[in-house]
Design a protein around this ligand. Structure first.
Ligand SMILES: [Zn+2]
Length: 539
């Protein structure tokens, strides 16, 4: 029986009944006992003692929505998150091609541009991307991944034409003045490329998953809830096999709850038939499945989030919604028949309302404690928030979005509507379970950045002064709760994770500093000195 006694530490347990301790005894990967400095916790002499020298111990952090595999894959693409003009974008991708000797005709993939940060304030079209290369297919994805730009080579290779606009639902091929595709593809129009994008092997995927998982641990994440099935179009089985194989070999670095993005009733039924044995008894506590992830609209940045009123200065544009009310009803009905929790990507107020309407119907029909979720939940108002609270729906928030988006929110929505965005404090005060996440690779996965942003409502450079819509700032305790207790509640794991209490998994982070006595603007530089998963030191 392996026992470890952590002594001389400040333990913030996140457990209401015993909020603070100074010693923890770990036994067989679980928390066995907590005590203060005077208690004698060790039950035998073979216990391994560890003096933490006054450091802080918290439950392991849990990101409730990100894309682990996409992040792992992005490590082998060109990072465009820091480019500030088309010229820089072109130069960066060209350098990548030159430095890596990418052979002609092979794909070049860039990821993470944000047109708001570009001088030109526009999406890169084929005209721009042709300047990178005319002999490589080139795709650059917006940081939200809802909009991409491709060069002429890629457009021709995929055979994309203006007529495709009539065939695709919930997507758009942008056209130039001559009515020809200009290279910008939004939402489902991006699927027109799926048959020509590069292919990966299962071994590649295992490598990417491990790379990403190890990076996550380094910053204090012990659990992540990851939406990966659509990381490679048509690659669901290979992705599942990669995860299952790593779990069976005991090689998943971090605990993963896989969010299952399945977009039709047929996909749901086929998937459940194939994988339900793994749902019932998980291979290890490192891999669990659910909820169903439904993608209902796009992003505010890409002007594809579905709104009740049009975008400011663009009276025809209400965004894109990927399901009709009827098709959403039948999709959710199918999910409910399979007893699936549902997590809906909903950013615009129209999408959120549509989801709530649909949830009302399945709740009335099936009942049960499903803790359905809205991922992002950006543009709301008090009525919507009250409905979310009443329907016991959880919200997966991305505090980092505040820093990235506050500039564009007024531009897209006008000031009055912008007041009702990212209203996490209001939601928490209404009793809504708001969990913390990054949507990585959309934002950096580092949970310290998210905790800081939730507390300060500022970007990495501490702008705007005083915080954006500062009445929505949360306390340090609330921010930590979002990344621990609340994330665990979202996956029905509040009895095993998110707190440090007897019987809970010994998933913990050890910080040099105490977050409660750290100035809010320095919360992103807390030092993660040690990380434990199931009582084992993994950092
Ligand atoms: Zn996402």
């Amino acid at each position: 029986m392996s026992e470890i006694l952590l002594k001389n530490c400040r333990v913030y347990t996140m457990d209401e009944s015993v909020p603070y301790a100074e010693q923890i005894l770990l036994k067989n990967g679980k928390i066995a006992q907590l005590g203060t400095r005077d208690d004698n916790l060790a039950s035998n002499n073979s216990v391994q003692e560890m003096d933490l020298g006054g450091q802080t111990v918290l439950p392991g952090l849990n990101d409730s929505h990100l894309h682990l595999l996409s992040y792992g894959m992005a490590l082998s693409t060109v990072d465009l998150s820091d480019v500030s003009s088309f010229r820089e974008l072109i130069a960066k991708v060209q350098n990548y091609i030159d430095n890596n000797n990418i052979p002609k005709h092979e794909w070049v993939i860039g990821q993470g541009f944000d047109e708001e940060n570009l001088q030109e304030k526009d999406f890169p079209t084929r005209e721009i991307l042709d300047q990178i290369s005319q002999c490589h297919p080139v795709i650059v994805k917006r940081k939200c991944t809802h909009v991409s730009g491709v060069n002429s080579y890629a457009l021709d290779l995929a055979g994309i034409t203006a007529e495709d606009n009539e065939k695709i639902e919930g997507g758009k091929v942008y056209l130039d003045q001559d009515g020809k595709p200009n290279g910008v593809l939004a939402e489902n129009a991006q699927n027109l490329l799926s048959h020509i994008l590069p292919s990966y092997s299962e071994k590649d995927l295992e490598k990417y998953i491990k790379l990403a998982g190890e990076a996550f641990i380094d910053k204090g994440l012990t659990s992540v809830q990851s939406d990966d099935l659509k990381a490679i179009p048509g690659g669901e089985d290979m992705i599942m096999n990669a995860y299952l194989s790593l779990a069976e070999k005991g090689e998943l670095p971090v605990k993963v709850n896989l969010q299952l993005q399945l977009s039709s009733e047929e996909e749901i039924t086929t998937f459940i038939q194939k994988y339900s044995p793994y749902f019932q008894s998980s291979v290890t506590d490192y891999l669990n499945f659910g909820p169903l992830k439904v993608l209902l609209d796009g992003s505010l940045g890409g002007k594809t989030a579905a709104l009740r009123q049009p975008y400011l200065g663009d009276q025809e544009n209400f965004g894109i919604v990927t399901y009709t009310p009827e098709s959403l009803d039948s999709l959710l009905d199918c999910a409910a028949r399979h007893h699936l929790q549902i997590a809906c990507h909903g950013i615009g107020d129209y999408a959120i309302e549509l989801f709530l309407d649909s949830i009302d119907k399945i709740q009335a029909k099936f009942g049960g404690d499903y803790r359905h979720r809205i991922i992002h939940c950006q543009l709301t108002d008090l009525d919507l928030i009250n409905r979310i609270a009443r329907q016991n729906i959880s919200v997966d928030a991305q505090p980092d979005f505040v820093g990235s988006d506050y500039g564009l929110l007024e531009e897209r929505l006008g000031f009055a509507r912008s007041i009702n965005t990212y209203a996490w404090k209001t939601m928490l005060d209404k009793g809504i379970n708001v969990s913390g996440s990054s949507d990585c690779p959309v934002e950096p996965f580092d949970p310290r950045l998210g905790i800081k942003a939730a507390v300060t409502r500022q970007d990495a450079n501490n702008n705007p002064c005083g915080g954006w819509h500062p009445w929505e700032k949360v306390s340090v305790f609330e921010a930590l709760k979002m990344y621990t207790v609340n994330s665990a509640y979202a996956t029905f794991e509040e009895q095993v994770k998110g707190k440090l209490a007897p019987g809970y998994c010994a998933d913990m982070v050890v910080l040099e500093e105490d977050p409660y006595s750290t100035p809010p603007q320095e919360l992103d530089s807390l030092s993660v000195n040690k990380v434990f998963i199931n009582g084992k030191i993994v950092k």
